[in-house]
Design a protein around this ligand. Structure first.
Ligand SMILES: [Zn+2]
Length: 118
């Protein structure tokens, strides 16, 4: 049984601060924001990672980028730009085993993607 936090939000078992929702995706604010605007674009269908997507899911996966554009406009950060990140696996720093795309913006982001501690 799949019990990650995003599936619990989809089932209504956990509250979430949704800023966008359609039949395939929802978007919430990250609980530990790394930028003035830090959102998570989450498919409602459970995919653990990119490796779970099949060719038949390509349209659904591509739609995530259209959702990113819509949400960036809605949040007023579209004109100055934003960054999208997918963290995969241990080296990628993935925390929730349900594919999601980070959308960060609201300030000029640094050249580095994350703080380096080495
Ligand atoms: Zn899930």
């Amino acid at each position: 049984m799949i019990t990650d936090v995003f599936c619990k939000i989809i089932k209504g078992e956990l509250p979430a601060d949704k800023v966008y929702e359609d039949k395939d995706y929802f978007v919430v604010k990250d609980i530990a924001p790394q930028a003035p605007v830090h959102l998570l674009i989450i498919p409602k269908k459970h995919f653990e990672a990119l490796h779970d997507f099949k060719n038949s899911d390509a349209e659904l996966l591509g739609k995530a980028l259209l959702v990113a554009e819509k949400v960036a406009k809605k949040m007023g950060i579209h004109d100055k730009g934003y960054r999208l990140i997918i963290n995969e696996g241990v080296h990628g720093g993935k925390l929730v085993p349900h594919l999601h795309i980070h959308l960060l913006g609201g300030k000029r982001l640094g050249a580095k993607l994350v703080k380096q501690d080495i």
